[in-house]
Write a protein that binds this ligand. Structure first.
Ligand SMILES: [Zn+2]
Length: 326
């Protein structure tokens, strides 16, 4: 299946008519493209959109493959893409905060759909700026389990790394696409249902494999704070994070505290990601004997065959299980 997908991608690249989100062939919609134009902030979200929307819809990611969404600086060409969009898809919760300003500057007519916000029944977890809560013990923690509406940074935005929550994203997308394009609603619903069934199988498969891990092997450290929903879903315990937020290097004291936490907990793995330099993670690993898994995909897709949401979740799960001795 994957090989077939890669062949298709090569074929469509060589024809120069590729609608894939991670291959922005031009800075704006091509002339005469009558298809619905949708922009998403990341390649991961663009993939979810494309699965539901099908090939009759043009989907583009604003942050390129391997780019960094938290600190993204939109280019002038992004204004054109956002202005032309029928639907603008973001995650929300501070991940892609620049989107609101970008849409306003572009004079966008389309609504912004935030896939991660206000999902009923989802337990939202503490965010990057309120991370290290146990160590700092500051008074800012509220007992409110919903996300703070006055400060979105209080909630961690990486919900899609729990496949069960990604399924909620897909349901929301099917609804929004059907509203934006009523003539296509039945098609969107059918594709969403088929995709949801695959995601359900993936979720069960990952869960089953992590359930087999011994309790003593479940502690992890992550580079940036991308894994709390993954950990909650699949039974891991996050001992600490290397950087409080992307672009913020930890102080010597914070590094020392993290090394101590790894020693005390016996955490075996430091989860790093391809879009970040792993120098600091490797330094900490050397001090503690933990293993660095440096090639994980969280906020961005990778090159084929790791160019789909399903592929990166399967890849991440297998790599983490391997590092934890599963
Ligand atoms: Zn992130």
């Amino acid at each position: 299946m994957r090989r077939f997908g890669a062949l298709l991608l090569v074929a469509c690249l060589s024809l120069g008519a590729c609608g894939r989100p991670d291959v922005p062939a031009s800075s704006g919609p091509s002339k005469g493209d009558a298809r619905l134009q949708i922009v998403a902030t990341t390649t991961v979200l663009a993939d979810l959109v494309q699965r539901v929307a099908g090939d009759a819809v043009s989907v583009a990611s604003l942050v390129p493959k391997g780019g960094e969404v938290h600190t993204f600086d939109p280019a002038p060409s992004d204004l054109t893409r956002v202005a032309a969009a029928t639907l603008i898809v973001g995650n929300g919760l501070g991940l892609d905060e620049w989107l609101t300003d970008l849409a306003a500057r572009a004079g966008a007519r389309a609504q912004i759909l935030h896939l991660g916000e206000d999902l009923a029944g989802v337990e939202y977890l503490a965010g990057e700026e309120s991370g290290h809560a146990e160590e700092s013990g500051h008074a800012g923690e509220s007992s409110d389990s919903g996300h703070g509406s006055d400060d979105d940074h209080a909630t961690n935005p990486h919900l899609w790394l729990d496949v069960a929550i990604a399924r909620r994203y897909v349901a929301r997308l099917a609804e929004a696409l059907g509203a934006a394009d009523p003539a296509g609603a039945a098609g969107y619903a059918a594709r969403a249902a088929a995709y949801d069934a695959r995601l359900s199988t993936l979720d069960t498969s990952i869960r089953t494999r992590f359930e087999a891990l011994p309790e003593a092997n479940r502690q992890i450290v992550s580079f940036h704070d991308a894994f709390p929903y993954f950990a909650a879903a699949y039974g891991l315990e996050i001992v600490g994070v290397v950087v409080a937020a992307p672009g913020q290097d930890p102080s010597a004291g914070e590094v020392a505290a993290l090394i101590e936490a790894i020693r005390v907990s016996g955490a075996r793995a430091i989860l790093a990601e391809v879009q970040f330099n792993d120098r600091l993670a490797r330094q900490i690993a050397e001090e503690t004997g933990a293993t660095v898994v440096a090639d994980l995909y969280t906020d961005s897709l990778g090159d084929p065959p790791l160019d789909s949401y399903e592929a990166i979740l399967e890849w991440d799960a297998a790599r983490i299980l391997e590092a934890l001795g599963g």
